[in-house]
Write a protein that binds this ligand. Structure first.
Ligand SMILES: Cc1ncc(C[n+]2csc(CCOP(=O)(O)OP(=O)(O)O)c2C)c(N)n1
Ligand SMILES: [Mg+2]
Length: 563
């Protein structure tokens, strides 16, 4: 079938690539795509659903949330240089989370010739043109291209999705001049360029890893994102159980069940006595200044991107690294370990299992005790414990609680595929991400648990409006300590007893007086509750869930001490 123009081919190609939503903020250059979307809707031909996001940061954050729960390729469309710039820190989050997204951006029309469709027809077409628009994206994307002619659009878009979805995955950026969009496209859909299948580990290396683990005396497993593919978690559980190894789950995803006796959460102190450490899908395995394995420990790694070349100083001392998708490698590793097991080794592994489970039970008991204490720093733990009790089974939790992150890791108990954290620096993702999750999982209540600072970075006006409009409401749980606590603590750490501590005032990190967050949600069709006592939490959650069920966003403004 021939397309009316390249823009129509773009819309059809996106649908054919499995893109379900086009998170869009339009400009004067997206007109051909808007026309093509309208035509597809009118004729009933397959097209992604356009989701209008009133800030670009929300669009890309939302695409990431959608990807987390579906694993499907994503599309975002923004306006020229201005829209590309507004993607802001979401670029970084997308890069660090290996988001297979193609960001399409307008590009000022080239021609002033009025007989060429799409030609320049407004002053802004001069002003918005940059010497190098791609440069904005270059630090964070993995592939960049401009569509020079309508005929080339199909193969370029296919190529963009192939590269974005090839491991290690990541964002691609495609610029679309109006003239090209309005030219004729190809004669039919360009041929799909399929990404490679999941990478399997080197067989000899896998045997070496199995032997090192089988012979270990105090093995420790570290993971963070193995739960990206929830199916991999069962194999990780089997390996941990076979070896009797504690699993530190840094929880960018749920990679190990929190009720399992070998779950060690973020208790990094366990590393200091390890003789063999297995790193699985962890971006920052440990912080040397806080707790690290002994220098003589053997460090093993299985990761889709073991060298992490995009992090300049990733200097962890890895003895043996395998490039592999852990969802392929872990079942194989479990098989190798079963083959290596002898009655003697099984007896010692199972003895260790009992010991380690006992040690971890004590550690976790400490988490509970802390949550119940009078320590002001315990307030988020107590609140998260209370929230955990009333979370509906289907709920999906997004984490952006910064200094209260540990409270979520320790107190919130979720299945694989129902807890996400970007593990990356640009705050503000959670509330935009929540819309994307909700679009993918309409039956799941989505809780974005964030700090008051993080909430503000998420462009709440745009997040609430866009989610309400798209029928994808979420519940923003704000751990409201009236501060950028994370930006205040280092002053005391680096300058103990210094002027900052003596003065006791940190105006640059103080967020009081707190705004009316519930009022803000109300302005965008939602509502919410303020809570300052754990005892009020269950009722407040019920109230917010009722709003959410009614298609409205909710804020649960939890007042906690600045600590
Ligand atoms: C986009 C962005 N801007 C600034 C920062 C620097 N930063 C890191 S943590 C933080 C404070 C976060 O405050 P909040 O979400 O309230 O959490 P709290 O520190 O109070 O636990 C800031 C400003 C950042 N990470 N991302
Ligand atoms: Mg705060």
């Amino acid at each position: 079938m021939a397309f009316t123009d390249a823009a129509a081919e773009l819309v059809a190609t996106l649908a054919d690539e499995g893109v379900q939503h086009l998170f869009i903020n339009p400009g004067t250059d997206t007109a051909p795509v808007q026309e093509a979307l309208a035509a597809a809707r009118a004729s009933g031909t397959p097209s992604p659903r356009a989701v209008l996001c009133t800030h670009e940061f929300v669009a890309l954050s939302s695409a990431m949330g959608h990807y987390f729960v579906t694993g499907t390729p994503q599309a975002v469309m923004v306006h020229v240089d201005a829209g590309t710039l507004n993607l802001g820190g979401a670029w970084h989050n997308a890069q660090r989370n290996r988001l297979p997204v193609v960001v399409f951006a307008g590009r000022s029309p080239y021609t002033t010739a009025s007989d060429i469709p799409g030609h320049r027809d407004a002053p802004i077409h001069w002003q918005q043109e940059q010497l190098d628009q791609q440069a904005i994206a270059r630090a964070f994307g993995k592939w960049f291209m401009e569509v020079p002619r309508g005929r080339e659009l199909g193969p370029i878009v296919r190529r963009a999705y192939q590269v974005a979805q090839s491991d290690p995955r990541g964002p691609a950026y495609v610029m679309l001049p109006r003239e090209a969009l309005m030219e004729a496209g190809g004669d039919g859909l360009a041929r799909r360029l399929k990404p490679p299948l999941r990478a399997a580990p080197d067989p000899a290396g896998l045997t070496d890893i199995a032997r090192a683990l089988a012979g270990a005396r105090r093995p420790v497993i570290i993971t963070s994102r193995t739960g990206d593919r929830p199916g991999a978690v069962a194999s990780l559980v089997e390996i941990a159980e076979l070896l009797g190894a504690p699993v530190l789950d840094q929880r960018d995803r749920v990679s190990f069940p929190s009720r399992h006796p070998l779950y060690a959460g973020d208790a990094a102190e366990l590393l200091t006595t390890a003789d063999v450490v297995l790193l699985l899908d962890s971006e920052v395995p440990w912080i040397p200044a806080l707790a690290a394995p002994p220098a003589e420990a053997t460090i093993l790694q299985i990761d889709i991107d073991p060298a992490k070349a995009t992090m300049p100083l990733w200097t962890y001392p890895v003895d043996l690294a395998l490039t592999a998708d852990t969802s392929v490698a872990l079942p194989l590793l479990a098989g190798e370990l079963r083959r290596l097991a002898s009655p003697a080794s099984e007896a010692s592994w199972s003895k260790r299992r009992e010991q380690v489970a006992g040690q971890l039970a004590q550690i976790r008991q400490g988490w509970d005790t802390f949550a119940g204490s009078d320590d002001p720093a315990a307030a988020p733990h107590a609140m998260m414990q209370a929230l955990n009790k009333v979370l509906p089974p289907r709920a999906i939790v997004l984490e952006e609680a910064v200094t209260a992150r540990s409270a979520l890791i320790r107190q919130i108990d979720r299945e694989p595929g129902s807890f996400y954290d970007t593990g990356s620096p640009a705050l503000g993702w959670a509330i935009g991400g929540a819309m994307g999750v909700k679009l993918a999982r309409p039956d799941a209540p989505v809780f974005a648990v964030c700090g008051d600072g993080s909430f503000g970075f998420g462009v709440p006006t745009a997040s609430f409006w866009s989610a309400h409009r798209a029928g994808a409401p979420f519940i923003a749980v704000i751990l409201n300590n009236h501060s950028y606590r994370a930006s205040r603590l280092p002053v005391g750490r680096l300058y103990p007893g210094g002027a900052g501590e003596q003065e006791g005032s940190f105006p640059e990190a103080d967020l009081s007086p707190a705004p009316d967050y519930v009022g803000l949600a109300t302005a965008y069709g939602g509502g919410g509750r303020v809570v300052s006592d754990n005892a009020e939490l269950a009722d407040a959650v019920e109230y917010c869930l009722a709003l959410e069920a009614d298609g409205r966003c909710a804020v649960l403004d939890i007042r906690v001490p600045p600590a």
